[in-house]
Design a protein around this ligand. Structure first.
Ligand SMILES: Cc1ncc(COP(=O)(O)O)c(C=O)c1O
Length: 397
């Protein structure tokens, strides 16, 4: 019966982590894995999250089911964090469903889109987070790419992106990274988002915005500006939110899908559809992470503490960006100032796959095969060595 199943090729990023673990070098540096790391190289549980967990465990009297769309407190708190306290003026058009992580939210959104219109095509940025393809594709959407990044300039291919979107047929789904683009770190500025929002509205395209790093780029509001201005420009959109990185609750699987509908009547239909689809895939989402996030956001003291910790994370990443840009420029003689302009945990170095292997084998520096690095994996102590190793490998050609 099962003989027809073929071996799954190894996941390239997980393979990098496994090789890193095995390397006995004391100088090794892991820039591969996509989790935040602090000064000590650890992925911490924020203090506000730990305190909320302790409070919850002390107070919890039941673990009875909630509902297929999860914890209503979490859903409304995260929606306000995402769309702003005024919910971008779309309160009556919103339907919300808690989901297992941003990945669960993306898949639920894709299933919702496939139910609404079989055969829909979702356009993702070139490049994009590798998991977008299976998460959307497994729901039945056809996945294509739109131009996004120019590897020659290490910057945005904005004119090509806008021109491409402006030629898409109505109802095409356009997947956008709200902030901290993975894998390039290259975001749009507000004027560029405004231009994209206008094209989305004019061409009647369906934006599906993925926000996995709110607060890790600039700050909570600026990182969500894209979503808020698109929500004001178009009648319908989807937003998938992940709390994994900004709350440090990765393995608790905590996310939200928000559907913005054209009117209140449609929203009530869509809310029922989200519950129905969730029931067929996970029935009920996991509770703990969402209960913790709800408690942090609803308790002013914990919320303040969390914002302070998140600001520290973003500041650390941005100062490492400046340091790496400076060290790489000095070591290579080429201009790496673009690393400083980018945002979030990732940038993509202009390296070929063989150069990535050389860095791993000869310099004990580990990164994704496409040259994606996790900036948070760098520290002021190892930055010079990392930059000099990269420059050496680049100069060798
Ligand atoms: C762009 C992007 N979207 C969504 C996610 C989903 O994260 P999770 O499912 O762990 O919440 C990630 C995680 O790496 C991501 O990078």
């Amino acid at each position: 019966m099962f003989e027809s199943l073929t071996r799954v090729p190894p996941d390239p990023i997980l393979g990098v982590s496994a090789a890193f673990q095995k390397d006995p070098s004391t100088d090794k540096v892991d820039l591969g894995v996509g989790v935040y790391k602090d000064e000590a190289g650890k992925t911490p549980v924020p203090r506000a999250v730990r305190r909320a967990e302790q409070d919850l465990i002390a107070a919890q009297t039941t673990k009875a089911y909630l509902s297929p769309v999860g914890n209503p407190g979490f859903n409304t708190q995260v929606a306000a964090l995402t769309f702003g306290v005024d919910l971008a003026g779309r309160k009556a058009d919103l339907s919300l469903a808690q989901a297992p992580g941003g990945s669960g939210a993306l898949h639920l959104g894709a299933l919702f889109l496939a139910a609404a219109r079989a055969g829909s095509i979702a356009y993702v940025s070139d490049p994009t987070w590798a998991n977008h393809l299976p998460l959307l594709g497994a729901a039945g959407l056809k996945v294509e790419r739109y131009p996004y990044y120019d590897a020659h300039t290490n910057g945005l291919a904005f004119d090509r992106m806008l021109g491409f979107l402006d030629a898409l047929p109505a109802d095409s789904v356009v997947v956008l990274h709200a902030c901290c683009h993975n894998p390039t770190g290259q975001d749009l500025d507000v004027a560029q988002w405004q231009a994209v929002a206008e094209v989305l509205a004019k061409r009647r395209l369906l934006p599906f915005v993925d926000m996995a790093y709110q607060g890790l780029g600039e700050d909570l509001d600026r990182d969500a500006a894209s979503i808020r201005l698109i929500a004001k420009a178009v009648p319908e959109m989807l937003v998938a939110v992940s709390c994994s990185k900004n709350f440090g609750v990765y393995r608790e699987r905590t996310g939200l899908l928000a559907v913005v509908s054209a009117n209140t009547e449609q929203a009530s239909i869509h809310a029922g559809q989200l519950g129905r689809i969730a029931r067929t895939v996970w029935s009920m989402p996991p509770d703990h992470g969402a209960a913790v996030v709800d408690r942090v956001l609803a308790t002013p003291e914990l919320r303040q503490e969390w914002v302070t910790e998140l600001t520290h994370m973003a500041n650390r990443i941005n100062s490492l960006r400046s340091l790496l840009a400076e060290k790489l420029t000095t070591a290579s003689g080429a201009d790496f100032g673009w690393i400083k302009q980018q945002r979030g945990m990732f940038s993509r170095l202009p390296l070929r796959a063989e150069q990535v292997v050389t860095l791993r084998e000869q310099h004990h520096i580990y990164m994704a095969p496409d040259g994606r690095i996790n900036i948070a994996g760098i520290s002021p102590a190892n930055c010079t060595r990392v930059a000099e190793s990269i420059a050496t490998v680049m100069k060798a050609g």
